[in-house]
Ligand binder design. Structure first.
Ligand code: CP
Ligand code: NVA
Length: 335
């Protein structure tokens, strides 16, 4: 019992490290210590969900989605319900969030009714604008530029698999999109190594890359950019890909379909990776485009572990940003 108390108390310190009331718009909003604390809390919530049943009691979260979703919507909704909170889901697929009134006016209404705002938008500026105006935490549930909840769940999954994240090498092969940007920044923050192989004109956004390089200088992370997928996959611990055409770029699908086939993750590409290497994908997958059935359905594939961990990690995010009771909850949680 004494040991349990000590473990729980040692988790408390970093959990309270300044995230309460803040936003998660970008991975850039986090520090290495914050990510470490988040992963500790996510492990605890995953192992002992029953200890957190009232962590968000009395809290209400508003979710506005301009794009479709399976995983993000359900993991937030189920996660919030499991923590004793409640949710309003607003389907904004048919008009942009600020079509009827300004973002500032929406924010100043919402902050009087809800404890957090979760947004899935086309423009990243919409999430930034809401965060600037609202006095309650704003969480990016995917924008054009980033998908921070996804990348955090992905690196949490890698930590479960490999332990020390500094020592692993992940290859991201395909489109330089929102998921890749958040993976790049997370790898940098964790002092890990990421290799990115994209076609020439589909690499990372230069500001995101510059920020990731700056962070990596401080953490000892390594970022390697290339266009050759075979070189990227050589001797890595994980190979990650995402759809060649992201939501909002549908009119480019035909053009992309001609450019991206060399970047398909198939058995031949996976054979370049280390024997224990895993295959990762944020899902949804366009099967037999960016990844073959033989890879995504293989024993190396951890795509459903990633999907499961979305919920545990998002529960931890919500508790850190919103759950005023989380310290108390942690104190009484049995590790
Ligand atoms: N990975 C992910 O965000 O999935 P959804 O688009 O289904 O939410
Ligand atoms: N890059 C993809 C991720 C979907 C979860 C998209 O934005 O459509």
């Amino acid at each position: 019992m004494r040991m349990q108390t000590l473990i729980t108390e040692s988790l408390l310190q970093p959990v309270t490290a300044g995230l309460f009331g803040s936003d998660l718009v970008s991975i850039r909003d986090l520090s290495p210590v914050a990510v470490e604390s988040l992963f500790q809390l996510a492990s605890l919530v995953k192992a002992r969900p029953e200890s957190f049943r009232t962590a968000l009691a009395g809290k209400h979260v508003a979710m506005f989605f301009e794009k479709p979703s399976l995983r993000t919507r359900i993991t937030f909704e189920a996660g919030i319900a499991a923590l004793g909170g409640s949710v309003s889901f607003i389907d904004h697929r048919h008009e942009r969030l600020d079509a009827r009134e300004t973002l500032g006016d929406i924010a100043h209404n919402l902050e009087r009714w809800v404890n957090a705002i979760v947004l899935r938008t086309f423009a990243h500026e919409t999430v930034e604008g809401m965060a600037e105006h609202a006095r309650v935490p704003v969480i990016n549930a995917l924008s054009e530029l980033e998908h921070p909840c996804q990348a955090l769940a992905d690196y949490f999954t890698l930590q479960e698999k490999f332990g020390n994240l500094k020592g692993i090498r992940l290859a991201y092969v395909g489109d330089g999109n929102n998921v890749m940007h958040s993976l790049l920044l997370t790898a940098a923050l964790l002092g890990s190594t990421i290799r990115i192989a994209t076609p020439e004109d589909y690499g990372p956004d230069c500001r995101v890359l510059a920020d990731a390089q700056e962070i990596a200088k401080q953490t000892g992370g390594r970022i390697e950019l290339m266009t050759d997928p075979g070189r990227a996959a050589s001797d890595v611990d994980a190979v990650y890909t995402d759809a060649w055409t992201s939501m909002g770029h549908e009119e480019e699908a035909e053009e992309r379909g001609k450019i991206f086939p060399p970047y398909q993750v198939n058995d031949q590409l996976m054979s370049r990776a280390r024997p224990h290497a895993v295959f990762m994908h944020c899902l949804p997958a366009s099967r037999n485009e960016e990844v073959t059935d033989s890879v995504i359905d293989s024993l190396r594939s951890i795509v459903f572990e990633q999907a499961e961990n979305r919920m545990h990690v998002q529960k931890a995010i919500l508790m850190m940003l919103v759950g005023a009771k989380s310290r108390q909850q942690l104190r009484s949680a049995h590790v």
